[in-house]
Design a protein around this ligand. Sequence first.
Ligand code: BTN
Length: 231
Amino acid sequence: MRFAKPYRYEDECESTQLLLGPNDPEGAVAVADYQSAGRGRLGRSWVAPPGTAIHVSVLLRPPPGRKIAQLSLLGGLAAAEAVDEELDLWRSTQIKWPNDVMVNRRKVAGVLAEAREGAVVLGIGINVNQTRDQLPADARQPTGSLRTADGREHDRNAVLDDLLARLERLYAAWLEGGLDAVYHDLGARDFLRGRRVRVDGLDGIAEGVDREGRLIVSGQAIESGEVEYER
Ligand code: BTN
């Protein structure tokens, strides 16, 4: 199965998550330059000025019984690899479970997996060319862009193409072998491991992500949630 057939592009839309529906084939892709009502996790908004960021959604049809939350991890891994490639880094772009992509302790990308009548719309937003004052002031954690990371402007199309190629490969590997197929690569980029964290009222040390994709905090497996961490 190849991604981007069809490939839908809009200069402006509410959210690329809404440009794909259950009638689209697996691998359909929607991209927008600007989102007027971009969605983040947990009902939050996702905002970027026109011409600065990547907003992409992909329609997937994972087999029944597969955990949708694992697709967030796959999306984060694809984004982390694409960011590494663009910034000339070697595995230093990290994933803060479950879906934040971090460079130099700043969130540069996020992933949102939404279930849609038997399908999943996987949305990825990457902050590419925002200057510091164009980034949302996020009280929960510092944000960044590829530009604030290395001081250079980047070609969004090149990063997008690379991201989609990586996601296509990772998804094929996951279909074949489950999370085990990407488990080592995820572990190598774990931002939280070893940090003191708080999630769902539980305080403890993050020990890593298990083979189901759950975060282990002081021996307890967490299925989903928002993790606060000590900086
Ligand atoms: C998060 O970190 O909270 C998730 C952010 C996901 C943003 C992307 S941008 C493309 C797609 N369209 C949306 O409205 N949201 C996702």
